[in-house]
Write a protein that binds this ligand. Structure first.
Ligand SMILES: Cc1cc2nc3c(=O)[nH]c(=O)nc-3n(C[C@H](O)[C@H](O)[C@H](O)COP(=O)(O)O)c2cc1C
Length: 372
């Protein structure tokens, strides 16, 4: 490991990969691996980014790109760019300010931050730290009182949408965490559950499981099915998006279920190892939905050209997870903002070079399948 003396300037942070390398040096091994890792052999984690190489771009020329406009509208909300922030748990492991710093950076960039259920700052505290748009990521729990409580609190805190994560009936096998016996350090906890300690008593980790996974696992309800979505819809006024759809079959069911949108996601490769890369699943889901509801995606986005490719394949917007965690770990709020600015600048340049002056001009004719 290279240890940079504290007074030496850090190497230039030109890419998301540079932020990741610096985060690897700065973070404790257990925390870095919790953020960076995926499930099983991490095939899906690797494929998410690598699969972008399957698509080549077909730039058009002699288009006036003296002004490039990345602004768009998502769920009726105008945003300066089609890059939103995916829910990620336990951000105080990356920086003492955790979710508050992320929320402030999102607001400064004018984009949406989806707050995780498993955040290390309560939804109320995060909402108090920002005036920017927040959505709330929800799991459904064995105890319906917990789910209802989370929904009520998210609404009261001003969240504008619920993102129901549907790829996590059980936690994926995250072997880096199991090897480290990853447990939360003192002072860091899933803060939204703090008021419910009686419901969330720790149980002992079983073989091959980290203590943190054991704690979360006991709450999730693996019997959740399409029928129960009706119940969820009945207890909230907020639009509900489903995060974790990968197939056209489920996309059609989601449309029938009357949800407000779909996020094509494999949880950043942290759930079913071997699940398809999201950029490959995306166009099939988009075709199945046929414009009935917005389709967004996340997974593996590390470059502006990745955002451009996803938009060309029909995503209305994309979410990033690890990239902003690397910004948070290396520079707190300003690190997150720098990462958002970097991706936006890369997207702007890519749009200009592709002859696409605005989001509406991006369509499938921009991509062709590259030879494998
Ligand atoms: C450290 C970490 C924690 C995460 N926590 C959650 C979570 O609490 N809820 C959830 O729905 N997704 C969670 N995710 C998945 C992200 O929302 C998102 O799907 C994924 O990070 C996108 O892939 P990317 O990291 O390659 O951008 C987490 C991802 C990471 C890396």
């Amino acid at each position: 490991m290279i240890a940079y003396p504290t007074r030496m300037p850090t190497p230039p942070l030109l890419t998301i990969t540079d932020y990741e390398a610096l985060a690897r040096e700065r973070l404790e091994r257990g925390a870095f691996d919790y953020f960076a890792g995926g499930a099983g052999d991490e095939r899906t984690l690797a494929m998410n980014t690598r699969a972008f190489d399957r698509f080549a771009l077909r730039p058009r020329v002699l288009v006036d790109v003296s002004r490039v406009d990345t602004s768009t509208t998502v769920l009726g909300q105008s945003l300066p760019m089609p890059i939103l922030m995916a829910p990620t748990a336990l951000q105080r492991l990356a920086h003492p300010e955790g979710e508050r710093a992320t929320a402030r950076a999102a607001a400064a960039a004018g984009t949406v931050f989806v707050v995780s259920t498993v955040a290390s700052t309560s939804i109320e505290e995060t909402a108090a730290a920002t005036t920017g748009p927040l959505w709330f990521q929800l799991y459904v729990y064995k105890d319906p009182a917990i789910t209802r409580d989370m929904v009520v609190r998210a609404e009261a805190a001003g969240c504008r949408a619920l993102v129901l994560t549907v790829d996590t009936p059980l936690l994926g096998q995250r072997e880096r965490d199991a090897r480290h016996g990853f447990a939360l350090p003192p002072g860091i906890e899933p803060a939204n559950f703090a008021a419910m300690h009686h419901l969330v008593a720790a149980r002992a980790a079983s073989q091959g499981e980290s203590p943190f996974a054991a704690q979360v696992q006991q709450l999730f309800d693996p019997s959740l099915d399409w029928k129960r979505l009706e119940w969820l819809k009945s207890i909230t006024r907020l639009p509900i998006l489903l995060k974790g759809i990968l197939t056209p079959e489920d996309a059609r069911l989601a449309v029938q279920a009357g949800v407000a949108g779909i996020i094509v996601s494999n949880h950043g490769g942290r759930q079913l190892d071997g699940a398809e890369a999201t950029i490959l699943a995306l166009p099939r889901v988009v075709d199945a939905v046929a414009g009935a509801i917005p389709v967004m995606m996340d997974g593996g986005i590390r470059r502006g050209v990745h955002v451009l490719t996803a938009l060309a394949l029909g995503a209305q917007a994309v979410f990033i997870g690890r990239p902003y965690l690397w910004g948070l770990a290396t520079g707190g709020e300003s690190g997150v903002k720098a990462v958002l600015d970097l991706l936006r600048a890369e997207l702007e340049l890519a749009m200009a070079l592709a002859g696409k002056p605005n989001i509406a001009s991006i369509d499938r004719s921009l991509v062709s399948e590259a030879p494998a």
